[in-house]
Design a protein. Structure first.
Length: 323
């Protein structure tokens, strides 16, 4: 990023077989990053943050699911400000072609059922799930609001086409109902794949295929809907959001591990960035002027952490073309 981040430091401590397993690595087994990047808290307290995205103006925008809001972090000063309040459950955000943002709106989550995180949560106030647009002036409108389950994460291609996951709410039903949608350049929204137990994070690979977090594994999904496992089991915990670097490595937030685990495109685990203490990681993105800082949101205890000095930069962020 070219300068130290303005917050307190933290000490950091597949094959094509029938079942691809992603076993956790100890720090002594790491092969990819020879010098662990430093970890710093850049947002010390926010209600269940999610969906971080690096912006062209050198700021970081992230969501708060229970607050139904988008916030902006000024890296230079460490100050946060409100971008917009969209209501319900603001899950993830992506920059839009007009300078605003496109938001996956899950409709709201009742955090009162989660005693470990509900102490400071606002009251449950559900709204219609769908895809929202936040204009540069903060005005909010729906782009799509009919027939969705709980839109979760999204990613865009260089031409502005965007894909988003649409899982059911927790706990997922026995019958797989999750879907992945695409919004084409003509503004039409359609399902490209369905039958997911719980499709969560989604990111674009350099080749144009997609990586999708599905339940406890990682899938590769082609734009035509065909799919294959990259890692069928991440162990005894689920993945959440993810990001990719320029070499196609997958940085998967693993909730139970309280870590970001790094996989080669073939599913081989090569690194692990452990967050100190107990908690639940939700999502991550690359940022900084050189895209070598990995920003990680922690739903619990509720903060944003940055790993500065990553060995490989992340892929650039593409703007969503507004329909």
């Amino acid at each position: 990023m070219g300068r130290r981040l303005p917050c307190g430091s933290l000490a950091t401590t597949g094959t094509s077989a029938q079942l691809k397993l992603g076993n956790a690595l100890a720090r002594s087994e790491i092969r990819f990053s020879t010098v662990p990047p430093s970890a710093e808290v850049v947002v010390p307290q926010v209600n269940f943050p999610e969906g971080p995205v690096w912006c062209d103006d050198g700021t970081l925008v992230f969501t708060s699911v229970p607050n139904g809001a988008l916030y902006r972090l000024d890296i230079g000063s460490g100050a946060t400000s409100t971008v917009a309040v969209v209501g319900g459950g603001a899950n993830s955000a992506a920059p839009a072609s007009d300078g605003g943002f496109v938001v996956t709106q899950n409709g709201g989550i009742d955090f009162s059922n989660l005693p470990a995180v509900n102490a400071s949560m606002p009251p449950y106030a559900p709204i219609t799930p769908g895809i929202q647009h936040v204009a540069p002036d903060g005005a909010v409108r729906y782009l799509f609001d009919d027939g969705f389950l709980a839109p979760n994460d999204l990613t865009a291609t260089p031409d502005g086409t965007f894909y988003f996951t649409d899982p059911p709410h927790h706990p997922p039903p026995a019958e797989p109902k999750g879907r992945v949608h695409v919004v084409d350049a003509d503004g039409s929204c359609r399902v490209i794949a369905d039958g997911f137990l719980y499709c969560n994070g989604i990111a674009l690979e350099p080749s144009g295929t997609l990586v999708v977090v599905e339940a406890r594994g990682l899938l590769r999904l082609a734009p035509d809907g065909t799919r294959e496992w990259i890692v069928e089991r991440l162990g005894d915990n689920a993945g959440d959001g993810l990001a990719l670097d320029v070499d196609g490595r997958i940085y998967a937030c693993c909730t139970g591990d309280h870590a970001v685990r790094v996989f080669e495109p073939d599913g081989t685990e090569v690194d692990r960035f452990q967050l100190p203490g107990d908690g639940l990681v939700t999502n991550c993105c690359f940022g900084g002027h050189d895209l070598r800082t990995l920003f990680v949101t922690e739903g619990m205890p509720g903060r944003v952490v940055a790993f500065e000095g990553m060995p490989t930069p992340g892929l650039p962020v593409h703007r969503v073309a507004l329909p």
